[in-house]
Design a protein around this ligand. Sequence first.
Ligand code: SF4
Length: 364
Amino acid sequence: MKKPFHFAESLLNWYKNNARTLPFRNEVSPYAIWISEVILQQTRVNQGLEYYRRFMASFPNIKSLAESTEEEVLKIWQGLGYYSRARNLHEAAQQIMSLYHGQMPSSYQELKKIKGIGPYTAAAISSIAFQEVIPAIDGNAKRVFSRFLGINTPVNTSSGSVLIEKAAFSIIDPFQPGNFNQAVMELGAMICTPKRPSCTNCPLLSECIAYKENQIEYIPSKVKKRVVKERYIFYFVFYSKAEDMVQLIMHQRTRNDIWKGLYDFPSLEFNEAMNVQKVIESEILKQQFPYVKFAELQSINGPSKHILTHRMLWLYFLVYELSVMPHIENKNHIIYTLHEVLGLPLPRPIEIFLKEFIGKTILV
Ligand code: SF4
C-alpha cells in the first residue's frame, strides 16, 4: 500500500481555508462537541444546526441535561428521528454526574464507557476537546480513506473497518488530531461526497488511488443492507369536543421498539396490508378499544408512507369522535387536552397528522 506522505499537510491546509463556519467549530467544551456530534449523526447539517442551538439553549451543560426529564429531552429532539440518541444523552448526562462528578472524561477509553458513546463519538470528543491522537471514523471518513487508498474491502465489515482504522492511524497528524479529524469529515461532507465527488477541488487529488484508477463509483464498497421490513399501523384517533376543550386519547410507547418514550395514538399493527373496512369491523378493534362502539367514525386518512432505517411504515389514521371520554383501563392510554398533546414528544408523522387534524376537524 502506498504511504500517503502528504495527506495530513494537504488536508489541513485545505481545511484552514475552506471549512464552513459552524457554531460548534472551534468549540473546546467537550459537552458542546458531544452534543453536536450526536445531533449530526444521521442528520443533514442544515437541519442539525437548528436542533443544536435549541438543545444547547435548553440544556446548556451536563447538569441541566441530567436534571431534566426524559420527556423534556424528547420534546426538544422531536422531528430529528433516531430517538434512542436523545434517551442515551439524557442517561449519559446522569451517569457523568454520578460517576465523574459532572466532568466529561477526557480519554477515548473512558468516554466509551458512557451510555451511547461509541468509538466514533469518543474519538471525536477526545481528539477535538483533549487532543488525543485517535482517528474519528464515521461514514465520511470511511469514504475519504477508502477512496484515497483504493481500499476495495467493504467498509461495513470488520475487516474493512480494521484496514481503514490502521490507515487512519498511520496518516493522522499527531500535533493536530482534532483539526485533522474535523478536516476529514469536512472533506467527506463537502468534496468527497457519495455521488459525483468534486475531485478537481480536492486537495488529495494527486495521490488518490480511486481517482487515478477510475474506481470512484465502486469505492467505498458495502455488503448489502438488510431487507426493509414493512409494518402496517392503524391509528385510532379518539377525540371529544366539549365547549372550548378538545381531548384526545394518547398512547405512550414504552416497549423497546421505534419511538420509545414518545406518544402516538392507540393503534393496531399488522405485518401485511389489510383492508381498512375489515379492520374497522374487526373483533380485535372492539376488544382492544371497547369505547369504539360509542364513537362515530369521521374520517379515514392514509395510508401515508414513513421510512425509517430498515423499516417502512404504512400509516392509517381513523378519526373517531366520542361524545364523552370513557374510563380507560390500559395504563399506557392517557387522556390529554389538545393543548397538552402539543407539548408531548411526538413522532414526526403524528406531529404532521395533528396539524392537519387541527385544521380540518377542530377549527371547523
Ligand atoms: S480525489 Fe476525489 S475520490 Fe479522491 S479523495 Fe478527493 S474527492 Fe475523494
